[in-house]
Design a protein around this ligand. Sequence first.
Ligand SMILES: C[S@@+](CC[C@H](N)C(=O)[O-])C[C@H]1O[C@@H](n2cnc3c(N)ncnc32)[C@H](O)[C@@H]1O
Length: 292
Amino acid sequence: MSLSGIIPATIPASAIGTDITLTREDMKFIAALVYEQAGIVIREHKEAMTRGRLARRVKALGLGSVAEYCAFLKTPQAASELPELINAVTTNHTAFFRERHHFDHLRREVMPRLVQERAGRRGRIRIWSSACSSGEEAYSIAATCREAIGPRSDLDFRILATDIDTDILARAEAGIYPADLFERLPADVKSSMRLEAGSTRGDARISEELRRMVAFKRLNLIETWPMKGPFDVIFCRNVFIYFDTQTKASILDRFVALLSPGGFLYLGHSESLPQPHPNLRLIGRTIYERTA
Ligand SMILES: C[S@@+](CC[C@H](N)C(=O)[O-])C[C@H]1O[C@@H](n2cnc3c(N)ncnc32)[C@H](O)[C@@H]1O
């Protein structure tokens, strides 16, 4: 089907019986709504992907078409659907020890200094995984830091892990993953990723000890944040790619305000600062140190 103003759709098997045609007007409406709610920029070439993601919501709500879904989103009753829409359009790709150099920097450069500075007086160490997706990043941080902290109990250590997507956060909190994800980890980090004994049906669960190190919460990066900080390290990886320059600059200023002087910000491999920041110094591959 190819009509003027209508984008041809490849209908996935799961959506048979559902009309997932997305008009340019509805695509613009969805893009504007998602930008307003989450700061995520949906570019025109993502139309096919957007159609597929909206089809999930159309089906879940028992509607007949994407057009009906868009019409529903314009009604006052749709307020409770907005989080579901955001859950549907987010990209959650992640992995344990993804972009390994950040965990190496954390283990070799950051944690030994923090432990030495703060041990003995219940010193506080805080790390924030600010777009944590299904939790692999936060548990990789926990595994890395647990090794550095060892059995000592004279530190107040916590990881805050946040994301906008409530579905993915529920998975993160459960801490259950296909066991082969752990099998495939490089040998030197594999042993640090403690798992519960007795995995079932090909799944394995992160140990309670590591799970207790992390607090998962819903947080939208473009809204106000309840935390006061300071954080010693902030991971903000592979989410800036979805934001425009203005959104990135405003979030970055707020990260800097929450980072302790000498603290570190890690960005994703294809990300950089929207513009040089007077209080951040690039000290390694996508590693920034707060200078003042
Ligand atoms: C590609 S994942 C990155 C996961 C992990 N940081 C990594 O690098 O492997 C991007 C995550 O950003 C989240 N996200 C998108 N917009 C957000 C927003 N406005 N506030 C908080 N999280 C957001 C998505 O839900 C998704 O889980």
